[in-house]
Each structure stands twice: as structure tokens, then as C-alpha cells.
Design a protein around this ligand. Structure first.
Ligand SMILES: Cc1cc2nc3c(=O)[nH]c(=O)nc-3n(C[C@H](O)[C@H](O)[C@H](O)COP(=O)(O)OP(=O)(O)OC[C@H]3O[C@@H](n4cnc5c(N)ncnc54)[C@H](O)[C@@H]3O)c2cc1C
Length: 443
């Protein structure tokens, strides 16, 4: 060790990184946590921001605030761009400096994952993914804007593509988004427009797989499909999306005209594997040892969505619980090494179960031998998500918002927020045509 007090650098303040930092709060180490965002994000509720149920501040908290009482921890807002394994340094870009070297004795990489368009990156501008708060707000803008455009549009033939929403990927995020959008259009928006009928909006959920929620037992996938169909969602399975552009998506040779395509399908890991120049799995995640370290580097740990580890012959899923348990494990192992105690047994994930919510008051839950769908599962889903929100203020505010939505159908954050400050935006095409036709009528 180069210093009397070992330096632990954690890259990423998501589920894995934050769990590791918290688990080191009583250790005799200097912790530096680096994240390119100033907030910890509760990704499982991102779809609720995208569908106007919650506002961004209800699912994210400043990392600095969460760790404010942890005297041995410094938080740095910056983007890590590489690792020098030999010199034990990471390189950090911040708003006014680039490539600043930061030395470590132990490194925990918890940099999560990003979208994958399965080799079709050209789809991205037309089919945004849902991974960050900015993504969620941008998708919320697009959805609400589509209704506003349709209301302003006098030509009813243009309503169809404006009010058709295509969701690509029928995993938990796609299913939850589709269900929440169905409730949004059929309940919250139904009586607020005069020229259009929001309930006529089409929500199409597309997946190349043969069923929705492929990682859940088949009966729960079927229960979710039935629920989605009851909510008016069109579920199209067995065909991948061939093409996406500004006019819509093509599926199995059919063009679906749509102004709003949302990508909830693929996940690509962060570039940590490239930084470390180490073995990765087919998806690019770093292959870690059973103690979550990188081969030949017992001082480097990789946890969460960036890591690849098999358990009982199957790769661990990219879920929050895996990341949190791995983050805590890495911290405990570092602490034991520093304190000269015996090593831990290999990491073993304890699976508490998985859940997905489908619209209002309905969820599916799989935990051990328990498979449940319906209202009870939804209650369990709500309780677990409130519990894991982490901060009491967020828990209370989200709970109140959910109760309000359940009772009244009113959403808390139906705002279109464009981030161009007070710059006057050019009038929209339809507004211009409206104005022109009014002038013609007047003259
Ligand atoms: C929409 C959505 C819904 C989900 N729903 C569920 C669910 O219901 N249940 C569930 O268990 N899981 C769910 N997940 C998955 C879960 O969120 C992830 O498995 C979990 O976040 C992984 O934790 P992590 O610590 O590996 O990464 P993350 O939580 O993604 O954290 C990574 C952090 O690293 C930071 N970072 C990345 N690169 C850099 C860099 N170069 N420099 C500095 N900082 C960097 C990021 O800003 C981020 O804060 C969902 C994911 C998404 C996207």
C-alpha cells in the first residue's frame, strides 16, 4: 500500500457503487466515489417519470447528500475515461479538466449498463431508450407532445401516426411502460382534449421473443399479456423490429406509422472491460472471479451490470439486488483484507424474487416457489419499491403520489419541459398552418 490509510476508489454511484460505499463507512479507508451524475437514480421507477406519474426529484437523490454523514468518503462529479492498471490510477474528466489521475489501492468498478440497439445504432435518434433521468424526461416530452400536436392538427388523417406509440422490447421495462401508458391515455387524459379522443391511441408492444417477460415463469408472462390486452395494448411477439425511422417502425414487413417509438430492448455494458483489457462475456461484461475480482488483479472488483458471473450454471441477471449484494460483498472483502482477516467464501447471490407491474393495481411476482399475479402482487411490488427508495422523504412523497393517482387518476408531473431556457422556440409546423388557415378564413 502506498499510504497508511488504504485508498478505495469506487466508480459509479448506482446500486452497486453506493452499496459498496455505504458498507465501507466504518472501515479505516479513504473512499472516493466518482460518478458522472450528481445523483443516485432509482431506475426501476424511471418508467413512472416517463409516463408522468412521478417527477424526476422523486426517484433520484444527490449522492453527496446520501453520503454526507460518511466522514471517510469524498464524492467527485466526473467521468472516468480509463484505468492504468500498472500504476493503479483512474483517469477522470470533469467540467473543466480532463484526464486527471486518481490513485487507488483498491478499485471497485460499478458503472452499470447503457442501451444496445443490437448493431442498429442508426435507430437511436428515432427510438430513445430509458436509462437516465434525462431519457425519462425526454420520453415524457415526446409522449405529451404527440397528444398536443394531434390536438392542434386539423387533418384527422395525421392523428393516426401521432397517436400510435410503439414500444420495442417486452421485458419488464417495456411491459411496465406499456401498462402505464395505457392507463395514462385511457384514464388521465381521456376528458382533456376536444379535437382528439386520447383513448383511441394505439400502444403497440413488440418483441422478437415468443412471450412477454421472458425471464419470468410462463404463467406469469401469460397473465401479464392478458392484462396488457385488457388495457388495450397490442402485443406483437415473435418478430424483431427491422427498421426504425422518423415515420415509424417496420415489423415483419409491416410498416407501423408512428411518431413515437421507444426502445426498451437491449442492454450494453459500460466500457470497463476495455479499460481493464480483460476477458468479457459475449455481451461485453467483465468476467469476474467468484470473489468479484478481475483475473490477476485482486485489488480490482467489478460489480453489478458491468460484471458477468455465473451461478448454478446460469449468468446472474442485471438487476438491482445483484448489484447491491455484490457491492456489499466487495466492500466486506476489502475490509477483511485490510484488517488481516480470512477471506470470504465466494460470492453467492440470494434471489429475493422479481416483479413487474402491469397498469393500475396489477403486478406479477416470482419469488422461490411463489408465483403471484394481481392486486396482492401489486401491493407487494409497491411495498418493496418504497422500501428500496432509500430515503424517507422520497418514500413519503412517492407513497402520497401513488395514493393520489390511484384514487383520482391525476398525475403529478404532466409537464413538457424543453431545456432551451427562455429562448423563443420557432412556432411548430401545425401551429403555423393553423395560423395560416385562420388568416385565409379571415381574409
Ligand atoms: C428502466 C429500468 C428499469 C429497471 N427496473 C428494475 C427493476 O424493477 N428491478 C431491478 O432489480 N432492476 C431493475 N433495473 C435494473 C437495475 O436498475 C440495474 O440492474 C442496476 O441499476 C445495476 O446497478 P449498477 O450499480 O450496476 O449500475 P447503475 O445503477 O446503472 O449505476 C451505474 C452508475 O455509474 C455511473 N457511471 C457510468 N459510467 C461512468 C463513468 N465512466 N464515470 C463515472 N460514472 C459512471 C452512472 O452515472 C451510474 O450512476 C432496471 C433498469 C432500467 C434501466
Amino acid at each position: 500500500m502506498s499510504d497508511a490509510v488504504p485508498r478505495v476508489v469506487i466508480v459509479g454511484g448506482g446500486f452497486g457503487g453506493l452499496a459498496a460505499a455505504k458498507a465501507l463507512r466504518k472501515a479505516n479507508v479513504e473512499v472516493t466515489l466518482i460518478d458522472r451524475q450528481n445523483h443516485h437514480l432509482f431506475q426501476p421507477l424511471l418508467y413512472q417519470v416517463a409516463t408522468s406519474v412521478l417527477s424526476p426529484g422523486q426517484i433520484a437523490s444527490p449522492i453527496r447528500g446520501i453520503l454526507s454523514k460518511q466522514r471517510n468518503t469524498t464524492v467527485i462529479l466526473g467521468e472516468v475515461t480509463g484505468v492504468d492498471i500498472g500504476q493503479r490510477r483512474v483517469f477522470v474528466d470533469s467540467s473543466d479538466r480532463s484526464g486527471v489521475a486518481l490513485e487507488y489501492d483498491y478499485l471497485i468498478l460499478a458503472t452499470g449498463a447503457s442501451h444496445s440497439y443490437f448493431g442498429h445504432d442508426e435507430f437511436e435518434p428515432f427510438a430513445p431508450g430509458l436509462k437516465s433521468l434525462a431519457d425519462a424526461v425526454s420520453i415524457r416530452n415526446r409522449i405529451l407532445q404527440a397528444f398536443e400536436q394531434a390536438e392542434a392538427e386539423e387533418d384527422p388523417r395525421r392523428h393516426r401516426d401521432l397517436l400510435t406509440f410503439v414500444l420495442v422490447g417486452a421485458g419488464p421495462t417495456g411491459v411496465e411502460m406499456a401498462g402505464a401508458m395505457a392507463v395514462l391515455v385511457r384514464q388521465s387524459l381521456r376528458s382533456e382534449f376536444r379535437r382528439i379522443d386520447p383513448t383511441s391511441a394505439r400502444i403497440i408492444l413488440v418483441d422478437a421473443g415468443k412471450r412477454v417477460l421472458g425471464s419470468f415463469p410462463e404463467t406469469l408472462g401469460l397473465a401479464a399479456t392478458r392484462r396488457l390486452e385488457k388495457l388495450g395494448v397490442e402485443v406483437r411477439l415473435g418478430h424483431a423490429v427491422d427498421h426504425v425511422d422518423g415515420d415509424g417502425a417496420s415489423v415483419a414487413g409491416e410498416h407501423i406509422a408512428s411518431k413515437t417509438v421507444i426502445w426498451t430492448a437491449g442492454v450494453a455494458p459500460s466500457p470497463a472491460g476495455k479499460w481493464l483489457r480483460t476477458a468479457t462475456d459475449h455481451a461485453g461484461r467483465v468476467r469476474v472471479q467468484p470473489d468479484l475480482t478481475v483475473t490477476g488483479h485482486p485489488e480490482i472488483f467489478v460489480v453489478g451490470d458491468t460484471a458477468s458471473l455465473d451461478q448454478d450454471g446460469r449468468p446472474l441477471a442485471g438487476v438491482a439486488q445483484v448489484a447491491m449484494q455484490q457491492g456489499r460483498y466487495a466492500a466486506r472483502l476489502i475490509r477483511r483484507r485490510i484488517e488481516g482477516q480470512a477471506a470470504l467464501k465466494p460470492f453467492r447471490y440470494f434471489d429475493k424474487g422479481t416483479m413487474a407491474v402491469v397498469g393500475k393495481g396489477f403486478a406479477v411476482l416470482h419469488s422461490g416457489w411463489i408465483d403471484l399475479s394481481g392486486f396482492l402482487a401489486w401491493m407487494a411490488w409497491a411495498a418493496v419499491h418504497l422500501e428500496f427508495l432509500g430515503q424517507s422523504s422520497l418514500r413519503i412523497s412517492v407513497f402520497v403520489q401513488w395514493v393520489w393517482l390511484y384514487l383520482t387518476g391525476q398525475r403529478g408531473a404532466r409537464l413538457i419541459v424543453n431545456h432551451h431556457g427562455s429562448v423563443t422556440s420557432p412556432p411548430h409546423e401545425t401551429e403555423m398552418r393553423d395560423a395560416a388557415s385562420k388568416q385565409r378564413r379571415a381574409s
